[in-house]
Design a protein around this ligand. Structure first.
Ligand SMILES: [Zn+2]
Length: 231
């Protein structure tokens, strides 16, 4: 092996060790990582990727090219909490490569302790500067909550747990009773969970206060492919 090759191997190994073990202890300014970017830059990259996806002009992907580097470490630019709906595929929607998005998915895109633990890992250990809660139009989980609030008909198996988890974000929207109730409830559910994540102590809330993390709300439009940021 050449001297240069040995140096490269040593560096790759050290990067892997850092990512796997002691990354949280390394001062952020010293991390020369691809995701050492501001929350606004991360959001801009997502939205630019979405614009390419909407135009059907996604970047050419060479999945084998980065495989060796990815085997050593991951540097996601954002953590996404999305619905499990098969039509919502974050890597496609934002035109990102493997290793760029840390995706947590559950029907109804709500936060529970398991999801929160994953998001904390994405932020604190992997250094993601952005969390996006991503709902979508025509969401079956939110629809089911609206239906349940009307007829109180229990659902089989564990589905009732899903309803109970999504309900808090939807009930407020129902009280207001707008004509486009489903869309309104979908947005309310996203905002509700983004707010819960933003205030989640000790890890996420601290990162938000220190401005190294932002938590944003968005809705994916099934019909157009567009991701709409919520104010
Ligand atoms: Zn859904």
């Amino acid at each position: 092996m050449t001297e240069a090759g040995a140096g490269l191997n040593r560096r790759t190994f050290l990067e892997g060790v850092l990512a796997a073990t002691a990354l949280a202890a390394v001062p952020r300014a010293l991390r020369a990582m691809p995701n050492n970017i501001s929350p606004s830059t991360a959001l801009q990259r997502l939205m630019e990727g979405n614009a390419r996806y909407v135009r059907n002009q996604i970047d050419v992907k060479d999945f084998s090219a980065g495989r060796a580097a990815r085997a050593q470490a991951q540097y996601p630019i954002a953590a996404i909490l999305s619905c499990a709906d098969s039509r919502v595929a974050p890597e496609f929607i934002f035109d990102r490569d493997p290793g760029e998005l840390f995706v947590c998915r559950v029907a109804g895109n709500y936060m529970n302790v398991d999801i929160l633990a994953s998001l904390e890992y994405g932020v604190e250990v992997l250094g993601a500067p952005l969390i996006m809660v991503l709902g979508h139009t025509n969401c079956g989980a939110v629809k089911a909550v609206l239906q349940y609030e009307k007829d109180r008909k229990p659902l089989p198996g564990h589905l009732q747990m899903l309803l109970d988890a999504v309900s808090p974000g939807v009930v407020e929207a129902m009280r207001q009773g707008p004509t486009d109730q489903l869309d309104h409830a979908i947005e309310a559910n996203v905002r509700h969970n983004a707010q819960r994540i933003r205030q989640a102590h000790p890890v996420i809330a601290k990162a938000v206060v220190e401005k190294r993390l932002d938590v944003v709300s968005a809705v994916y439009e099934l019909a157009t492919g567009e991701v709409r940021l919520l104010k």
